[in-house]
Design a protein around this ligand. Structure first.
Ligand code: GDP
Length: 460
């Protein structure tokens, strides 16, 4: 509930040099005064804003100090949450930190729920929703690219791009409504032709924004990718190369990989959610057969398929079975990887036309050709990609909102082109505005914001 005063440990649980606790809400000064005494022994009830005070921390009503530390007071609205906030730094022992938190609760604060601190920042207008999501991505970032992407969102680049589209649509809509409401007066800023031109431009930009999801997703979420192919083609060897360590067992015994292995692999700027699979072959071995079934399912669920062929031997029935499976899997990007380039080539047939977006020749054993494969994969998703200063969509929720906005603007453009009255286009544009406003949650339902903030941990 906004309005009460919350407290939480903001540093991760466990032992550290220091721990930081945050208090936020109207009772912050009272809580601070009750637990913190300055070096001179006075309760810190009237601190200077943003000044660091050294002092001691106590449970209210007790003389024995828990620890010494630093307190800083940030008065509303110039704080992270927009409310009065106090930050107390103590020594980072598990028990010390927990006891200081208990003292804050004794002084009248309530334990914050997961994500509640950030939620307050959002509700008080200190952080837009896409920025809050970017903060979550930043805290979870495991790759440099994810960090950069999250930083771009947190700097407000997506928010600004969406706001600019919103403002342009508002201008068009205002002109349309002026014409409809006051047909006899010359109130509209834009002529009919100008409205059509401006809407077409906005449509291009909304489409461009939607297209950034390809890059955003490739970096933030990763592309579901499967490595498939005949037994002993070198799937596990390629998997290990891409993952960067020996995650899968490599032997020349066919049928070694029986389960689907999964790891994330950073390929240039791209993140692959990579699966190594069992070869697809007829087998009497019950366990291997289950593995083959799982491989087939993994191919169905993947978006990118790296299909490995052994270039040192002619294509055989097992390769044919893989090709048949791929021919039936539509809507995926398939890449042919000719492996074992270090051995004499003995390929007897070309691959079927149109099945593979690209072909690469590599040696998973020596590493030859891998850089070109990685560059090619990266280009497949990130070519013509976005600069970090662009607004980039980084999750499915934002993408869905951008798509809705695109369809509504498309419909408005079509309505005007087919000579329908402007109020029809006006209704579409209202839908587009409402969809755009969802990106930063002006109008997003409480359920969705709940789902977003619960992903944060307590203290964030
Ligand atoms: P999988 O069954 O498709 O996963 O294939 P593996 O990765 O387990 O490899 C099968 C056999 O081929 C192993 O003996 C590997 O050492 C060997 N192998 C894999 N890649 C290469 C390569 O590029 N060159 C050569 N010469 N052997 C390879």
């Amino acid at each position: 509930m906004i309005g009460d005063t919350i407290a939480a440990v903001s540093t991760p649980p466990g032992k550290g040099g220091v721990a930081l606790l945050r208090v936020s809400g109207p009772g912050t000064l009272q809580v601070l005064g009750a637990v913190f005494r300055t070096g001179a022994g006075k309760a810190l009830s009237d601190p200077e804003p943003r000044r660091a005070y050294y002092g001691t921390i106590r449970t209210p009503g007790e003389e024995e100090m828990i620890d010494d530390g630093i307190a800083v007071f940030y008065p509303a609205p110039h704080s992270f949450t927009g409310e009065d906030v106090a930050e107390i730094t103590c020594h980072g022992g598990v028990l010390v930190t927990r006891t200081v938190l208990c003292a804050l609760l004794c002084a009248g604060a309530r334990q914050a729920e997961a994500g509640e601190v950030t939620r307050r920042a959002f509700l008080n207008g200190k952080l837009r929703l896409s920025e809050a999501e970017a903060l979550g991505t930043l805290l979870d970032a495991a790759t440099e690219q994810q960090r950069r992407l999250a930083r771009s969102g947190l700097n407000g680049n997506l928010s600004r791009a969406v706001q600019a589209l919103y403002d342009r649509l508002c201008t068009v809509l205002a002109s349309i409504y002026a014409k409809i409401d006051y047909p006899d007066e010359d109130l509209a800023d834009l002529s009919g032709a100008q409205i059509r031109t401006m809407l077409s431009e906005v449509l291009c930009d909304v489409q461009r924004l939607g297209a950034t999801w390809q890059t955003g997703r490739a970096i933030a979420e990763g592309i579901p990718t499967v490595i498939c192919g005949a037994a002993n083609a070198g799937k596990s060897s390629l998997y290990n190369r891409l993952v960067g360590y020996d995650a899968a067992i490599v032997t020349d015994i066919a049928g070694t990989t029986r389960d689907v292995l999964q790891e994330s692999a950073v390929v240039g700027e791209l993140l692959l959610r990579l699966c190594d699979t069992a070869g697809i072959r007829q087998t009497e071995d019950a366990v291997e057969r289950l593995g083959v079934e799982r491989s087939l399912r993994a191919i169905e669920e993947a978006e990118l398929i790296l299909c490995v062929f052994d270039a040192s031997r002619p294509l055989d029935a097992e390769d044919e079975a893989v090709l048949k499976k791929l021919a039936g899997a539509s809507g995926k990007k398939a890449i042919a990887v000719w492996n074992k380039a270090d051995l004499p080539r003995a390929v007897n047939a070309a691959l079927p036309q149109g099945l593979f977006a690209r072909e690469y020749t590599i040696s998973a054993a020596t590493g030859q050709g891998l850089a070109a494969l990685e560059k090619g994969l990266e280009g497949l998703y990130l070519d013509g990609g976005c600069a970090p200063q662009d607004g980039i969509l980084t999750n499915a929720r934002q993408y869905a909102a951008a798509q809705k906005a695109k369809e509504a603007v498309q419909s408005a453009v079509a309505a005007l082109q087919s000579g329908m009255t402007q109020d029809i286009a006006g209704m579409d544009l209202e839908l587009a505005l409402s969809a755009l406003s969802e990106v930063d949650a002006r109008g997003v339902s409480a359920d969705i914001t709940d789902a977003i903030f619960h992903r944060f941990c307590v203290g964030k």
